[in-house]
Design a protein around this ligand. Structure first.
Ligand code: GUN
Length: 284
């Protein structure tokens, strides 16, 4: 029997209904949640992601601002813009879409965002807080993956979790969240020897490599939960994940589809972080 789908669209809908209701409450108190999204350059994938983020804000009643800048924008100008948004009382969350053009130092930009407005959870202060188990904001994609696991009441305590991909955005924070939930966590990277040896041992397998269909069914443990973070566009225009869905679905017991799995959850948890930033009543 093929795996059951971990449906990120349905779960997002449920969580966004709650977000809409809570947003109406803070809005009535004069603190309508506000998100600023900055994109620099013309990366086509980024353009789609930021449009979806802003559209989602509108749907739940948030204030949102989308700022697009030319690829040539200099770092100082971007830092100055962030400083202004840090001081803007109508903005509770600031998101700078990655990747940034090569001439801009991403770390400097991410560190310039006020940690209380860092709804991506990428500032070192938030990354450190996550590491010691007291995160202000959890990075949206790993947070969304945890919500998917929670939705099926997956017993993470003592489970073997394997993450393929060790990025600051997904792999590393995902490891922290799974570890805190009591899983035994392995993080694989592009140099890992005998990757299949690790993935076949995973009760929960999270894949975030950006390599289309690299995890095939024969690399998956029977009865496991497979969470595919990848969103890749194939030459025929179709989207696919980092997992070969058509073979893995016969081995796993639960699997996320692409599209419609992790993608919508990332945006939903961005909305949740922005809502919570507004609810915290921080005065600027
Ligand atoms: N680029 C790819 N994923 C993300 C994300 O979650 N946040 C930001 N800011 N940029 C990204």
């Amino acid at each position: 029997m093929p795996a059951q789908l971990l449906d990120g669209v349905a779960l997002s809908k449920k969580i966004r209904t709650e977000i809409t209701a809570r947003a109406a409450i803070v809005t009535a108190k004069g603190r309508r949640p506000g998100l600023a999204v900055i994109v620099v350059g013309d990366n086509p994938a980024s353009a789609v992601y930021v449009r979806n983020k802003v559209k989602a804000c509108e749907e739940v009643g948030f204030h949102s601002v989308l700022e697009r800048y030319e690829a040539e924008m200099n770092e100082e100008a971007l830092l100055a813009r962030i400083a202004t948004l840090n001081a803007d009382p109508a903005i509770h969350g600031i998101l700078v879409q990655l990747p940034l053009p090569a001439h801009i130092a991403s770390e400097r930009v991410l560190e310039a965002i006020a940690p209380q407005k860092d709804v991506d959870g990428f500032h070192v202060a938030n990354a450190g807080a996550l590491m010691v188990g007291a995160p202000e904001f959890k990075p949206c994609t790993p947070y969304g993956c945890m919500k998917l696991l929670e939705s099926i009441e997956y017993p993470l305590r003592g489970a073997r979790a394997v993450i393929v991909g060790a990025s600051n955005i997904v792999g590393k924070p995902m490891a922290m969240l799974l570890l805190q939930a009591g899983a035994t966590v392995t993080i694989c990277n592009s140099k890992t020897r005998d990757l299949a040896h690790h993935t076949k041992d995973a009760d929960v397998l999270v894949v975030a490599t950006g390599k289309p269909k690299m995890i095939t069914g024969d690399m998956v443990k029977s009865g496991s939960v497979v969470i595919d973070v990848g969103i890749n566009r194939l030459p025929d225009g179709k989207l696919c994940g980092d997992v070969d869905f058509d073979t893995a679905k016969y081995i796993a017991s639960w699997i996320t589809p692409v599209p419609g799995g992790v993608g919508p959850m990332t945006i939903t948890m961005l909305l949740m972080n922005t809502l919570e930033a507004a609810e915290k009543k921080i005065k600027y």
